[in-house]
Design a protein around this ligand. Structure first.
Ligand code: SF4
Ligand SMILES: [Zn+2]
Length: 332
């Protein structure tokens, strides 16, 4: 007997309820990470999300069945009246038709009709027809901008994106995708990666400052992800050999303090060896402060955190002034 789709017990990789800042409001937010067909690119040096996929050759029908079962699980777990915003991640791109079959996109838009949706995708999958159709089903007039395309730009510097991340697209690709999203009524959220491989702490800070300045005109929201060492990645390979250190929390605070717009930041793994960290003594307060700031946008909080007295500040300042970069060849 064939297994009915409704009999499938599938859970998303994760789903949780939290809060997110949106303009001057704080919204209740449901975040979902769907297990999908997997990232079509799968080559970024720091990423292990790409391993989270259904293995083997699944037909689009089978994949849709798995995804529908995950969505049904989410609906059972989270009451619709308890959240206004939905953040959707996959182990790749939500708008890649090979990863997420289009009929499932329609299911998601229908399920979350009237909610504010932020969905992550690579820029090459921002296409007029797909985005417009999604908005048409999702929009019930509640939100001026019911959908935001979240694009992992990582940096505005093409050299750093290619050499240190291996992301496989350019700043121009991002700008074109952002313009297309805006032209069909979607907003744009840009994700930046703070301190990829091969940059000194000082170079990484400078890279984020330039990236913020270059991107504010193209993105409606900016979020910065400080690097965390994920398992089975090239970044982990270097980290295990002492050739990579995640960023200091001091550096994150410095960047948030003088960013041209409110930049949100959730320092995953904050205070741990694999995540952004200081000395271990001051980490807890700083990580909590950075999370609080993402919600309340209170810059005085950041200023106060930067004034915490801790021995490791001297170490950080020494690193900023003395760390040297090592060359990566431009040609092979
Ligand atoms: S970071 Fe995104 S684009 Fe890069 S391999 Fe991971 S899922 Fe794919
Ligand atoms: Zn400290």
């Amino acid at each position: 007997m064939m297994l009915m789709i409704s009999d499938l017990i599938e859970k998303p990789l994760a789903s949780w309820h939290g809060q997110e800042r949106y303009g001057n409001e704080v919204l209740e937010c449901l975040t979902i990470i769907f297990k999908s067909g997997g990232c079509a690119w799968s080559k970024c040096r720091m990423c292990s999300y790409r391993y989270e996929r259904y293995s083997g050759q699944n037909s689009p029908g089978t994949l849709t069945g798995y995804l529908r079962a995950q969505l049904a699980w989410v609906i059972r777990q989270h009451k619709t009246e308890e959240y206004d915003m939905v953040k959707i991640f996959t182990s790749g791109s939500f708008f890649d038709p090979d990863e997420i079959p289009p009929e499932f996109l329609s299911d998601v838009a229908q399920t979350f009709k009237g909610k504010l949706v932020i969905a992550e995708t690579r820029p090459e999958f921002v296409e007029t027809e797909i985005i417009s159709r999604f908005i048409d089903i999702l929009d019930d007039g509640t939100w001026k901008t019911p959908l935001y395309c979240a694009l992992g730009l990582e940096t505005s510097n093409d050299g750093i994106r290619e050499k240190c991340i291996n992301k496989g697209f350019t700043f121009l690709d991002f700008k074109k995708a952002a313009a297309l999203a805006h032209s069909v009524g979607a907003g744009v959220k840009a994700y930046f990666l703070f301190k990829p491989l091969f940059l000194t702490e000082t170079e990484a800070i400078a890279d984020m400052r330039t990236s913020f300045a270059d991107t504010v005109v193209h993105a409606d929201m900016i979020s910065m992800n400080p690097c965390t060492v994920q398992r089975n990645t090239e970044m982990e390979h270097y980290w295990k050999r002492g050739a990579y250190r995640p960023p200091y929390l001091w550096s994150i605070l410095t960047l948030l303090a003088d960013a041209p717009v409110h930049v949100t930041c959730d320092p995953l793994g904050g205070g741990r060896k694999r995540g952004p960290h200081n000395c271990g003594t001051c980490d807890y307060d700083m990580v909590k402060g950075i999370r609080d700031y993402s919600l309340n946008a209170d810059r005085d909080l950041i200023t106060a955190l930067l004034e915490i007295r801790c021995e490791c500040r001297k170490e950080w300042e020494y690193v900023l002034s003395s760390e040297k970069s090592y060359c990566m060849p431009l040609t092979q």
